[in-house]
Write a protein that binds this ligand. Structure first.
Ligand code: KIV
Ligand code: ZN
Length: 532
């Protein structure tokens, strides 16, 4: 029987703090629900002292997600620990995760503290956190570059003060596998009282070794792994959860270790994160990339047809990836479409199916074959529950290689149709400007990406736009054959999400100021200063 490895997901903390991966409260909640479905044991929800937004999202996740342990990060000081504990108040199973750097490099250049001072601080911080919460994780930051004897002293201090988990991070992704394994075996054998303490890995991918080092840490005695979906995280990222989990699952007989993760939820988790952040998953990404199970070479295809085990070490369905069969074309009916969506894990309501079917027919008219990935793109687009404050009725654009481009749109807002044109540095810029003018909610685009879904020039463009509105970021995604129109629709979707979120904030403020209940979706005129 394999020993259990606990999975500590830090997508919403270490992952979310990496550039381009920030999420708003609703997005974090949606991701947290998916991580719960995935079956992670510990969910690090954020760093509450970092911002009001971080505090609120930890609080909201702690209140709603009941099964996994909910962890909140805190530096080794009273304010951080108090904020983390406050944010965790509603949690069924709270954990405070406190950290302090221990390498000489960090002590000298960052903390300006002696080894003795840091030792005292560790004992104080862990002891203080323990006086509030039973479950305490301590991380000696940059453990991978810390003097081994001093690391033993730091870990000893943390264990004596009540730490239940010791996480030994390779903060800068510097360690080789043998070195990282040694860090664990040294702490396990030299620190007294380790029988009741769980050792944890936390690796970064600067040298492309994050997953290999995670497995090395397990060989050294770790039984908790810290990782993120799609490997997002600081700089080159953290160990990818899906890779660690599948390495353990596929090789469990050799490693005698396994996790409780529901592997069929790996691909949906990866897709959801990509949709929420707008950061695409590279095609050849292990486990969840589009090519992870695609066999192109004739010799491989021949082998696969004879017996899949010739070239496949796991089945795509095991990780929740739909088999990439092309089944539908323009003659396929609504019933066949509904059935295929069910097989792909998206049972649709009647209105959702109606919408998906009409987009499907448009695409099927232009392309001979509609692939599963096209279908998923269509349905994810449709599953946008934010109310449509603004609807695009008409779109025209004129691009010019010289001078400015023009975009003309017709947008319905509050039941009224507005028609306007604007010029810009390119057709997308022109479209965004005219949309801003009509909505009265100007946004600043921080990320813009286009990639094709499906085969060749007939493929559909998937445009992702990330834009900030009054300091809050939102992502919009749209698929279509016309790239500029898809960009305009994706941008309008960000505006819809922003309008919805801002209205909720204003409605909540209005409700707090008056005794009368205010509907959360109530329209607030001040949302549109200067708009039509
Ligand atoms: O990489 C690191 O050291 C961290 C700690 C805060 C655990 O993320
Ligand atoms: Zn980290």
């Amino acid at each position: 029987m394999e020993e259990r490895v606990l999975v500590f997901d830090t997508t919403l903390r270490d992952g979310e703090q990496s550039p381009g991966c920030s999420m708003n409260l609703q997005e974090k909640l949606e991701m947290a629900r998916q991580l719960d479905r995935l079956g992670v044991d510990i969910l690090e929800a954020g760093f509450p002292v970092a911002s009001a937004g971080d505090f609120e999202s930890v609080q909201a996740i702690a209140a709603e997600i009941r099964r996994p342990v909910i962890a909140a990060l805190a530096r080794a000081n009273r304010l951080d620990i108090d904020r983390a504990w406050e944010a965790l108040q509603g949690a069924a199973r709270p954990r405070i995760h406190t950290f302090l750097a221990t390498s000489d490099i960090h002590l000298k250049y960052k903390l300006h503290k002696t080894r003795e001072e840091v030792l005292k601080l560790i004992a104080w911080a862990v002891g203080y956190a323990k006086s509030l919460c039973a479950d305490i994780e301590f991380s000696p930051e940059d453990a991978g570059r810390t003097d081994p004897d001093y690391l033993v002293e730091c870990c000893h201090a943390a264990v004596e003060a009540g730490a239940t988990v010791l996480n030994l991070p390779d903060t800068v992704g510097y360690c080789l596998e043998t070195e990282y394994e040694q860090v664990f075996s040294s702490i396990k054998s030299r620190v007294p009282g380790m029988d009741h303490v769980i050792l944890s890995t936390h690796t970064h991918d600067d040298l492309g070794l994050a997953v290999a080092n995670t497995l090395a840490g397990l060989r050294g005695g770790a039984r908790q792994v810290e990782c993120t979906i799609n490997g997002i995280g600081e700089r080159a990222g953290n160990a990818a959860l899906e890779e660690v989990v599948m390495a353990l699952r596929v090789r469990r007989e050799t490693l005698s270790l396994d996790t409780d993760v529901r592997t069929e939820e790996l691909y949906p988790s990866s897709q959801l994160l990509s949709r929420l952040t707008g950061v695409a998953v590279q095609r050849n990404k292990a486990i969840v990339g589009k090519n992870a199970f695609a066999h192109e070479a004739g010799i491989h295809q021949d082998g696969i047809l004879k017996n899949v085990i010739t070239y496949e070490i796991m089945e795509p369905q095991t990780v929740g990836m739909p088999a990439n069969s092309l089944v539908l074309g323009k003659h396929s009916g609504r019933h066949a479409l509904a059935k295929r969506y069910e097989e792909l894990g998206y049972p649709l309501s009647k209105p959702e199916l109606d919408r998906a079917y009409s987009t499907f027919i448009q695409i099927a008219d232009r392309k001979k074959q509609v692939y599963d990935e096209d279908l998923i793109a269509i349905v994810l687009e449709g599953l946008d529950h934010a109310p449509q404050w603004f609807t695009l009725k008409l779109f025209q654009s004129v691009a010019s290689s010289e001078g400015r481009s023009t975009a003309t749109v017709e947008v319905v807002k509050d039941g009224q149709t507005f028609h306007d044109s604007a010029t810009g540095d390119g057709p997308c810029d022109a479209a965004f400007r005219v949309i801003d003018r009509i909505t009265g909610l100007p946004g600043t685009v921080s990320d813009f990406s286009v990639h094709t879904i499906g085969e060749g020039a007939q493929g559909v463009a998937e445009v992702t736009v990330r834009a900030s509105f009054r300091g809050q970021e939102f992502t919009g995604k749209w698929t279509g054959q016309n790239v500029v129109e898809a960009a305009a629709r994706a941008y309008l979707q960000t505006a819809n999400r922003a309008a919805h979120a801002l209205a909720r904030v204003e409605a909540a403020a209005a409700a707090a100021a008056s005794t009368k209940p205010v509907h959360a979706n109530a329209r607030v005129d001040s949302l549109y200063p200067g708009g039509y």
